[in-house]
Write a protein that binds this ligand. Structure first.
Ligand code: NAP
Ligand code: 12T
Length: 342
């Protein structure tokens, strides 16, 4: 009798993308127990080979019959592909962990940040799908959860400073070419974003809605309420694209239900799962986007009381948007699923 721990057949839909590539990296770094790995993408990628742990894996076409024998399917090929193929993957017996916005607000589909609401994974049984939240929401909730549990949260006022890597490889190139054009006195051209992103801040992420907010802003409102299981929290957000390559930064003003001091918040967050406290302003230490790239932790600092209200705290929260904001959170969901829910 062997008592080796079980290994799983894993598929990545969107394996050739920025998030798919980070998923491969995270699976490696965390030594996820893989039996076979199937890499799926569009016709454009057929024939490509991607190295993984000494093997060269050929990319196959994402199709409805690509999931036979798969236990876990990680999706990051956009919402349309998730709607088209995730149900087929689930019907083939895989649990789907979906990075797109397709299923996040479906009341029958769990929306999970493992440090916050891993219990919700149990609901995967209804459709065989678990949704990965929006990047800016994930990192904020990792930092807020200990505060929520200790003193309750009444209201959040959020401003984000989001990196271009969230938009994909073309946006990284656009910032790069605008910086180079500026430095050599040439005319700047914009195609990915509606305006110049170099040396600028665009208060516009995802599309505009009738209420004047962007979809990204409303994702932060609605996904936070769903994950915290509390529709009474007041939340308002302004999401801004800034000329940063990797790492979303966020200023979050929290009105708590009862009083908590800045010192107490520092102590709480000093031992919170997934959080790294970086809060030593005297020595000029605070979270920076340039320090978060490649890291698994969410950096939190600038912790101080909001002196304009009775129960207020301000935080500055920074995390790698491709890791905790996407690939890492998805792999952590898979890890929690196999250890507690399979
Ligand atoms: P990306 O670099 O453009 O990669 C897109 C991936 O999807 C590629 O592997 C691409 O394959 C594949 N794909 C596109 N169209 C396809 C089709 N018709 N059939 C099969 N595969 C197709 O984008 P990314 O930055 O990695 O983002 C991917 C998705 O992840 C996003 O659309 C979003 O849904 C999700 N995401 C979520 C968060 C979050 O907040 N949690 C953050 C970032 C991204 P080819 O290489 O063959 O074209
Ligand atoms: N894919 O920072 O999936 O461009 O909700 C934000 C949100 C990218 C971003 C999402 C995304 C961004 C999402």
């Amino acid at each position: 009798m062997s008592d080796n721990p079980p290994k799983y057949n894993v598929a990545i839909a969107g394996a050739t993308g920025a998030v798919g590539g980070a998923m491969l990296d995270v699976l490696k770094r965390r030594d996820f127990p893989i039996n076979t790995l199937r890499l799926l993408a569009s016709e454009r990628s057929l024939g490509k080979r991607i190295p993984f742990k000494g093997q060269d894996i050929e990319v196959e076409l994402l199709s409805k019959d690509a999931f036979e024998g798969i236990d876990i399917a990680l999706f990051s090929a956009g919402a349309t592909r998730s709607l088209d193929f995730a149900p087929a993957a689930a019907a083939a017996g895989a649990v789907v962990i979906d990075n797109s916005s397709a299923y996040r607000m479906d009341p029958e589909i769990p929306l999970v940040v493992p440090e916050v609401n891993s219990h919700a994974i149990a609901d995967y049984k209804k459709h065989g799908i678990i949704a990965n939240p929006n990047c800016s929401t994930i990192q904020m909730l990792v930092a807020l959860k200990p505060i929520l549990d200790k003193v309750g949260i009444k209201r959040l006022v959020i401003s984000t400073y989001q990196a271009v890597s969230g938009t994909g490889a073309k946006a990284i190139e656009e910032l790069d070419s605008q910086v180079k054009a500026y430095a050599s006195g040439k005319k700047l051209s914009a195609t990915v974003y509606p305006h110049q992103i170099a040396f600028n801040c665009l208060p516009h992420i995802d599309s505009f809605l009738d209420n004047g907010y962007t979809k990204e802003e409303m994702k932060m409102v609605n996904e936070t309420r769903k994950i915290f299981e509390d529709d009474t929290i007041g939340i308002t957000a302004t999401t801004v694209r800034v000329p940063v390559y990797y790492g979303h930064s966020e200023s979050v003003n929290i009105e708590t239900k009862s009083k908590i001091t800045a010192a107490e918040v520092k102590e709480l967050l000093g031992s919170a799962p997934g959080v790294k406290l970086v809060d030593d302003p005297k020595n000029l230490r605070y979270p920076l986007a340039t320090d978060c790239a490649g890291k698994f932790e969410t950096l939190v600092g600038r912790i101080r009381e909001d002196e304009s209200i009775d129960n207020g705290i301000n935080l500055w929260i920074v995390s790698d948007n491709i890791l905790k904001g996407a690939a890492l959170n998805a792999v952590q969901i898979a890890e929690t699923f196999i250890s507690e829910f399979k």
